[in-house]
Design a protein around this ligand. Structure first.
Ligand code: AMP
Length: 246
């Protein structure tokens, strides 16, 4: 059984980023990058499944510039068997990423695609859904529990009204939610072993350009200081003075 795990290199979600003064981009001078946290959960889940079934082969894939190899090596250190780097410095959007991942999927024919529900840098939450639709595969988004059987996966997913458990015949696509697992700490031998695991490079297979353009980056307005009031009456007077209530 093959599990394909697409991973995206993103700005460390705990990093403080600022827009460039002219608003054309972000100041990435001293910013750390990591695997998108939801993708790290996907790699962890694939590795846990492999620990239960050694027949599973895990292939991590990332689309981007030379720098994404750092995140692919981390996925290999976590336990992925091999990695694919789709080399490009082009601007990407979910529709392009989904098309590229479709090309990889058609070539390596995985039984399962296990990927993040969203990338924390742009919060699109679109790529998995577009990819599943393009492939015509059943999908389970926001997975909080995954059981892999011989012919199908049983996935519990989080919805606004509670948990839903669904059965998906292979091949299928699953996107991960935060509660699925907690990714492991990578021990040193894993990092060393990852250096000799195969990392294949390939070119982009599609030529589409993004249909969405970012016009401007602006930092959110800073918060003004709060004020403590001594009573409900004082609170109402303050709110009226601000025009929040009449
Ligand atoms: P998004 O739809 O942009 O929120 O991303 C959802 C998921 O798509 C991510 O969690 C990744 O699994 C995958 N993805 C997005 N961009 C890339 C990329 N450049 N390379 C590989 N996978 C990606």
């Amino acid at each position: 059984m093959k599990i394909l795990v697409p991973i995206k290199r993103v700005i460390d979600p705990y990093a403080k980023v600022k827009p460039l003064a002219d608003g054309t981009g972000l100041d990435l001078g001293n910013v750390k990058f990591d695997i998108n946290p939801f993708d790290e959960i996907a790699v962890e889940e694939a590795v846990r499944q492999k620990e239960k079934n050694s027949e599973i082969q895990i292939i991590a894939v990332s689309i981007g510039g030379a720098e994404v190899e750092e995140q692919l090596r981390k996925a290999l250190a976590m336990g992925a068997d091999e990695a694919i780097h789709v080399e490009t410095t082009d601007q990407l959007d979910p529709s392009i990423v989904a098309k590229e991942l479709q090309a990889v999927t058609e070539e390596i024919q995985p039984d399962i695609i296990l990927m993040g529900k969203q990338a924390t840098d742009n919060d699109n939450n679109q790529t998995g859904q577009i990819l599943a639709a393009r492939l015509g595969w059943p999908q389970a988004t926001f997975a909080s529990h995954v059981e892999l059987g011989d012919k199908s996966a049983t996935v519990t997913r989080e919805t606004d009204t509670g948990e839903e458990t669904i059965l998906l015949p292979y091949p299928c696509l699953i996107t991960t939610d935060l509660r699925l697992n907690e990714p492991r700490f990578i021990p040193l031998p894993g990092i060393i072993k990852a250096r000799s695991k195969p990392l294949h490079k390939r070119e982009r297979q599609t030529t589409d350009t993004p249909r969405v353009a970012v016009l401007d980056y602006v930092a959110p307005a800073g918060r003004s200081g709060g004020k403590k009031v001594g009573s409900v009456d004082e609170l109402i007077t303050e709110l009226k003075a601000k025009g929040v209530v009449s």
